[in-house]
Design a protein. Structure first.
Length: 86
């Protein structure tokens, strides 16, 4: 019998490890944003913030999650992009 909880936690751990490698030069909040976005996009199969927010399974309201993700996405600027590409 397949234990999907173990598969899911292993996948999330690998995504976080990948996010750490990609965003090693960024601050902790930016790292958390990147890891949540990567996980949400992969889990939902969509790039819509509402779908990503639903897959994050947080206790806060979906509206607040979407607001936070959109604010972080708006604050992500050219300087952060250049650090990621190094």
């Amino acid at each position: 019998m397949v234990d999907y909880n173990i598969i899911g936690s292993n996948l999330k751990r690998k995504i976080i490890r990948f996010s750490e490698e990609v965003s090693s030069a960024l601050s902790r909040p930016k790292f958390k944003f990147i890891s949540q976005m990567i996980y949400g996009i992969l889990a939902s199969g969509s790039c819509l913030l509402s779908e990503i927010g639903r897959k994050l399974d947080e206790k806060t309201s979906l509206k607040k999650i979407i607001d936070r993700l959109s604010r972080n996405l708006k604050d992500f600027n050219e300087k952060n992009r250049d650090v990621l590409l190094e």
